[in-house]
Design a protein around this ligand. Structure first.
Ligand code: FES
Ligand SMILES: [Fe+2]
Length: 395
């Protein structure tokens, strides 16, 4: 006898919730590329040195031009396709490690060592050059693809979607970056999973009692009511738990036992911001920007911003506590790296991966997926509509 749920089951089996392959492919990711992505920390880009990065499966070389501005070019020499990032940077130009062709910050070939001092073909005539598909001068050799860049709040951003005027949003501002009352530092972590799964993990409370047991929260059989608001490309989750608390380092932030206000916020397409506030004077914000390398490989730039409730000079307390806060956040992140690896192993095992199911606790995840699916399919029209709903789950 036919199961009335067959049609539904079939739909679940054949429609992946996420398509990690397409999401991380520059030619198939639709409007997901039309945003600024973090390419590196400002401090990673030292003058005179090239830096290799991969975004959406595309190799990019970054360096600083003669004015110190970040430059991003396709990391593939026009001559015989060697990776330029293995070469050298001098006077704001980059030289290929294979035959020494030199490119300027616009991606144009400005010097070909084998052409000698005249920088012009000498023996072969114009017809000879043309019939063999060769060029007479460096300026005829074409240009490397160049990507727009922007430097802000200690981060270098890159725009992979063509002209940056097309960017759907400005580059994200790091929380409290310019606020002297707050301390901010970055962590860069390579995660073995794709953007959708990572932003879901960073917004996910139910996993904390399993993956971070004792580090962050304990299984306490607590009922957690929350509001999920989907609007204008963001998903805001406000937890309405009078006596919610975090263990571990949380005690240092909240010696007075203030009520903790916890919000999780997702912004299209790749950003999360998690805030814990204890009264007016103490808080902890974790902002993660995920840069896709490939389908199940990402670099996550995490900005940790914190403010402590003590009256001692800020710099003194913040400096004293920074190693501890850094050690703690590193341990928590490494636990997430491990579980993302475990998820990837399940996801990639044979066909059918990427088909997810869920319950009320996963409403925010389906909202994230609906935005990302809409963008991957081109981001046409108004996109998922605004909605606000209450949910309850247990931890
Ligand atoms: S491959 Fe780059 S100069 Fe030859
Ligand atoms: Fe986690």
């Amino acid at each position: 006898m036919r199961n009335p749920n067959d049609a539904q089951n079939l739909a679940l089996v054949t429609t992946p919730s996420v398509d990690l392959d397409a999401e991380a492919d520059l030619t198939r990711c639709g409007a997901l590329k039309d945003f600024w992505y973090v390419a590196c920390l400002s401090t990673d880009l030292t003058p005179g040195k090239p830096l290799a990065r991969t975004l959406f499966g595309t190799n990019v070389v970054l360096f600083r031009d003669e004015h110190g501005r970040p430059v991003a070019l396709r990391d593939r020499c026009l001559h015989r396709n060697a990776r330029l990032s293995a070469g050298a940077v001098f006077h704001g130009r980059i030289g290929c490690p294979y035959h020494g062709w030199v490119y300027d910050a616009s991606g144009a070939v400005v010097e070909v060592p084998s052409l000698g001092p005249k920088q012009c073909g000498e023996a072969l005539d114009a017809r000879g050059h043309a019939s063999a598909g060769l060029q007479v001068r460096p300026c005829d050799l074409g240009k490397l693809q160049r990507f727009d860049t922007l430097e802000q709040d200690g981060l270098v951003f890159i725009f992979m979607g063509g002209d940056a005027m097309r960017a759907r949003r400005p580059a994200f501002r790091v929380p409290y970056w310019d606020d002297p009352k707050w301390t901010v530092y970055f962590m860069v972590t390579r995660f073995p999973n794709g953007v959708t799964n990572l932003v879901e993990n960073f917004m996910d409370v139910p996993h904390t009692v399993f993956v971070h047991e004792g580090w962050f929260r304990r299984v306490a059989s607590k009922r957690v009511p929350a509001t999920v608001k989907r609007s204008e490309g963001s998903v805001l989750v406000t937890y309405k738990q009078g006596e919610d608390t975090v263990t571990g380092l949380g005690r240092i932030f909240n010696p007075g036992g203030e009520v903790m206000v916890h919000t999780d916020h997702y912004f299209v397409p790749n950003i999360t911001r998690v805030d814990y506030m204890w009264g007016e004077r103490s808080g902890f914000a974790i902002n993660s920007q995920v840069t896709p390398i490939g389908p199940t490989d990402s670099l996550v730039y995490t900005a940790i911003s914190y403010r402590l409730p003590y009256d001692l000079p800020r710099s003194l307390v913040a400096r004293a506590l920074k190693p501890l806060v850094k050690w703690y956040t590193t341990q928590v992140i490494l636990q997430d790296v491990e579980i993302m690896k475990v998820q990837r192993e399940g996801l990639l095992n044979g066909p059918g991966g990427g088909v997810f199911t869920g319950t009320e606790a996963d409403l925010l995840h389906s909202d994230i997926e609906s935005y990302r699916r809409w963008l991957r399919e081109g981001g046409h029209g108004p996109g998922p509509g605004d909605e606000e709903r209450d949910i309850v789950f247990w931890i």
